[in-house]
Design a protein around this ligand. Structure first.
Ligand code: M6R
Length: 602
């Protein structure tokens, strides 16, 4: 987590840094800071809180002009969110100033072994890096050498931008595991955790690989290995439409992204269909899937919930056995693997550290990996053997919405393609049914007023809520509960309808909201039975059913789509319920407390 931006050029850097940080705020937003260098030295501004507070603080202070600067927006790992712990951090003499994203695993060892005499001012692992560089500088009297040697000693993840007060012509950069890009301009260069931060400046980017050092000057950039060997690399053009990362007339990114779901499904159809309107995938992916005797889906949060649905598709449509694992658990508690496993990583950002830790491990074991991601070129995409793209466009709100449905749609395509390759008969035409889904999504996104009313009735005054379902509906219930708790802070749980009576029903009291999904014919009566059980104990039940299975008392009826694809549409009113519940409680919908969009720490 955390976002980094840097600029070296001919113009004043502050506006560019602040704009970049605003675009990176999704990566963390508990404190922020900027350091700029001019003839009078380094000028540091740090605040607890958001970029808007940083901006105010800079407006209020006598702000200086400077053509070299670095900025940071933080998601705290070591040390509470505070001005003191906010980046940039400086070495004791003030010679070096750095911003850092990642976690230094051996920072205590470094402190003990090299920096016993240093008085630290913050609780961060980052300050250890900058003090170490100063210590090594004292020894070598050479900044590049000190920077290289420091990077060799660090264990863990880092993306670093550094200023040397005595060198106004260089921005020192390095990375390991955490993302960082160099943006190339005419007479200037920038660095950023994500190209979105600096798209206004340039669309030309240089990738940096792990354990490389980059010396960024105004008119050129030099990439080196840690041993000083210079590396030649060609830039690429970032293909992000700048308008995709603006909210436009929407009050929140989350609402915009919910509304984008029909078009995302159409994009996916367009990307993954051939001239005969049949699903098409890369041969290499198809072969890898067919060679596997078992698929292991690895993911976190919402992507894990999409994986649960993917398992149903792959087993029911393509007859491949699938296990779905939470990434952070799998790393440390690996199950007995099959003979020929294939790993499928599902990750919107492609940067989730928990998933990456598994990827690194299974690659060492020699197993093949496919990443399903929204971000081509992301770490998980680069390091896996194959990638399937979500084509959902940038997702900015911390709460994932369109990425979830895009993941499910791509998993539909994947399962259908393998089924076709295996000569299995599908009971539906995936392309046609996804097109129906897209239209059904449009109907649902037009029903915001109705859903806002339901949010008012069921969620405005409650302290907790339950979502229940059976089969696919149970998997969607898990996602609905995550969405609600994540942004409205209402304690919410997703449960299998039949499981409540084994303990959790004890929590049902007069007025407890229970939101039940009833979209699956084979369990339509049993889930309704579970609803009766909670109603008998005072629950305020809201049933969301599907056309064809509805009953008079159902509060909301979804348009009919193929039964296997219902998660793609049943989640939409649930996303909107969470959105309005959070809005009614005056919560910060797009940037909920304690969270960040891209979770790059384990
Ligand atoms: O980028 P990823 O899909 O790997 O992220 C995984 C989770 O951190 C993410 O889905 C998280 O649960 C969402 N904020 C939930 O809305």
């Amino acid at each position: 987590m955390c976002g980094i931006v840097g600029y070296i050029g001919a113009n004043d850097s502050k506006g560019i840094l602040l704009h970049g940080l605003e675009k990176l705020e999704y990566r963390g937003y508990d404190s922020a800071g900027i350091a700029v260098l001019n003839d009078n030295g380094v000028h540091l501004t740090k605040v607890k809180g958001r970029i808007v507070t940083l901006k105010e603080s800079m407006d209020n202070s006598n702000s200086v002009e400077a053509t070299l600067g670095i900025g940071h927006t933080r998601w705290a790992t070591h040390g509470e969110p505070s001005t003191l712990n906010a980046h940039p951090h400086q070495s004791t003499s003030g010679k070096f100033t750095i911003v850092h994203n990642g976690v230094i695993e051996n920072y205590q060892d470094i402190k003990r072994n090299y920096l016993e005499a240093v008085d630290f001012v913050s609780e961060t692992d980052t300050e250890v890096i900058v003090q170490l560089i100063e210590k090594l500088y004292d020894e070598f009297q050479n900044t590049i050498k000190a920077f290289q040697e420091a990077m060799k000693l660090l264990k863990g993840s880092y993306a670093i931008g550094m200023i040397d007060v005595d060198d106004p012509n260089t921005l020192y950069v390095s990375k390991n595991k955490s993302p960082l890009l160099i943006g190339l301009g005419d007479g200037f260069n920038v660095i950023a955790s994500d190209a979105m931060a600096t798209l206004k400046e340039t669309d030309q980017y240089l990738e940096i690989f792990d354990k490389e050092i980059v010396l960024v000057h105004r008119n050129h950039v030099e990439i080196q290995k840690l041993n000083g060997k210079v590396v030649d690399r060609q830039p690429y053009t970032a293909e992000i439409d700048a308008s995709d990362i603006e909210k436009g007339t929407y009050p929140h990114y989350m609402l915009k992204e919910i509304d984008e779901q029909p078009i995302v499904i159409r994009n996916i159809i367009k990307e993954y269909q051939d001239e005969n309107n049949e699903v098409k995938l890369d041969d290499s992916i198809r072969n890898a899937m067919q060679e596997a005797d078992r698929v292991y889906i690895i993911a976190a949060g919402t992507s894990y919930h999409a994986g649960l649905i993917g398992k149903e598709f792959m087993e029911k449509m393509a007859r491949i056995p699938v296990e779905v694992h939470v990434a952070s658990e799998f790393s440390y508690n690996m199950p007995l693997l099959s003979e020929k496993p294939l790993f499928v990583f599902i990750s919107q950002s492609g940067e989730t550290a928990d998933s990456r830790a598994v990827l690194v491990k299974i690659k060492e074991m020699g197993h093949p990996a496919l990443t399903i991601t929204n971000v081509p070129g992301s770490t998980l995409s680069r390091e896996a053997d194959y990638t399937l793209q979500l084509h959902a466009g940038p997702e900015i709100a911390v709460a994932s919405t369109k990425a979830y449905t895009a993941q499910i749609a791509v998993l539909t395509i994947l399962a259908a393609d393998i089924a076709k390759a295996k000569g299995l008969e599908l009971e539906f035409d995936p392309i046609k049914e996804l097109a129906i889904v897209s239209s059904a999504m449009e109907v649902l996104t037009d029903q915001k007023e109705e859903i806002e009313q339901l949010a008012g009735i069921y969620l405005d005054t409650t302290r907790n809520a339950f979502f229940i379902g059976r089969g696919l509906d149970y998997n969607v219930s898990l996602e609905a509960a995550l969405k609600l708790k994540e942004i409205s802070y209402i304690q919410a749980e997703g449960f299998a309808g039949g499981e409540l009576k084994h303990g959790t029903i004890a929590l049902i009291e007069e007025g407890t909201p229970v939101i039940a999904l009833a979209t699956q014919e084979n369990v339509n009566y049993s889930i309704r039975g579970n609803v009766q059980e909670v109603v008998a104990r005072g629950a305020n039940a809201l049933i969301i059913s599907m056309r064809g299975l509805e009953q008079d008392t159902d509060a909301f009826v979804l348009p009919k789509v193929h039964e296997l694809l219902t998660p793609l549409i049943s989640v939409i009113p649930l996303q909107l319920l969470a959105y309005y519940a959070a809005l009614h409680r005056d919560c910060d919908v797009d940037k909920p407390r304690n969270l960040a969009k891209s979770v790059t720490v384990e």
